[in-house]
Design a protein around this ligand. Sequence first.
Ligand code: AGP
Length: 609
Amino acid sequence: MCGIFGCALKEGKAAPLIHSSLKRLEYRGYDSVGIATISDGKIFVKKDSGKIDEVDKIVNLDDMPGSIGIGHTRWATHGAPLKVNSHPHADCTGEIVVVHNGIIENFMELKNELQNLDHTFVSKTDTEVIPHLIEQVLKENPNLTLVDAVIATLKRLEGSYALAIISTKEPDKIICARNESPLVLGINRKGVFCASDIPAFLPVTNKAVMINNGELVILTAQDYEIRKIQDSSLVTREPITIEWTAEMAVKQGYPHFMIKEIHEQPETLRNTLRMQEHYLELMSTFLDRANEVFLVACGTSYHACLAASYMFSKLAFLPTYPVYASEFIEQHGKSVSIDSTILAVSQSGETADTIAAVTCAQQRAATILSLTNVIGSSLTRISRVYIGTQAGPEIGVAATKTFTSQLSVMAQLALRLAKKRGKVSQDEIDSLEANLEKLPEIADTIVKTQEEKVKKIAKKYKDSKVFFFLGRGISTATAFEGRLKLMEIAYIPSIAFPAGESKHGPISLVEDGFPVVFVCPKDDCHKTLVGNIMEMKARGAQIIAIIEEGDMDIKSLADEFIEVPKGIPGVLSPIPYVLPLQLLAYYVALEKGFNPDMPRNLAKCVTVK
Ligand code: AGP
């Protein structure tokens, strides 16, 4: 997730407004920043890796001529956070520059095509193909307008984008376009603005025009014109008035980052499905050839590893060993060797326990692989191969969207391994891949249809002194994650373990009214889980079940139930089934008057051991 901004002013310098607007988009990404302006038929560019304030100290972002310009604050997805990969990106001539938020899925194919036409690329980004493509279209059709060249280019792109483009060929305009990544215009008497999000221009105007997928905008200091990319037909759309405060706007109107990020999961899951083939192939090759694989992480990331161990086993017959990073050195430090492979998982890529475990393994010649949400983090720098989970910055201390993105990448790796190892039928692989593609919509349905019900359950059980979270099979990982969420933001002591373990001790705790959350997808464990529910119910427990829509067996036993759409294979179930548990933790915390974004005693990134 990155932030783009563009402005066309009737007079005055664009750079200071672009700079301040990018600061307000910093929550969307902050590993690099850049601005381009046009003045007297020339394009000026200032950009570098680093936070906006750091880069500004070096290059003085405000000191750029011209009343038209574009800017970008980056969250690296393709290419490390280096100056050469920061936006804006230019064509060979430097006369066309682009800023982009999104993922161009077919960029390698386009890049090869353009390189064969002697275009020179300087970055590792997907974005850089866009200015070169526009340049090539104009080279082949010199009489085309810039707008028409951009439209022809957009029709070649596959994937998501919010773009802003300027060129010396038509220096009085900015062309922007949207497909899936958000784009909105701002208007006031001084000019017209385009941005990834409303906070960028809210201090200068609350008049906004929302841009839809498949639309292109021609923006000048005087006006804006919206067209459909498909057929260039004109679209009329009047500005609306935004009632948000600036603080609300950064959270897009949500009261907390956590609930905003829970609601973002359909979008982040869509982005995570746009993994680069190359990295998935490379990592799955390492895993396929590994003698022993440890999945190493902390907290929520450990729960992703626990779920992944079921995925790798069930789909690829690959045994993997989830290990708490803080225990790894004690548990395996002596035995790990050149024959070991470590797949470390860390959304921040900076967790001290995880870095220490990986460093120990690396010193013993193990192969280091990693999943992280922060490209350029310490973990990426010590990994042989890493994959970015592309969930965008996660501001809430409680991990939510990064967890489901980690699970999605793990599922994609397990499926790729399944193909390599031929352990499951092609039909089953096709079905699983189809279901994986459906998960963004399923996540959207759950949030839209079940949130109100979760609020009621939260209100009913907010004063409970303790919760159980139980599951069987892969749902054990989902139960563990639900427990951590409730503990860390609602401060309710919660216990999670495989449901089959209840009778080996924990069931002694159960008494009348004791809330027990069961995670019960319709998988191979469903039948046994019904028995576990009955044994809890027999002792007076209150049963809160996360079930497949219409599961009458469990509905008849549960005191409360949350329904997840039908047909999700058990091996993918943690991704949708965790959403009700994230919502439950959030609403219980609200009921108890706590701030879910800043839970006591916790930090977003634990850089101490
Ligand atoms: C999860 O909600 C917590 N914020 C915490 O357990 C977190 O998952 C853990 O500290 C690991 O963080 P990482 O993924 O950045 O390594």
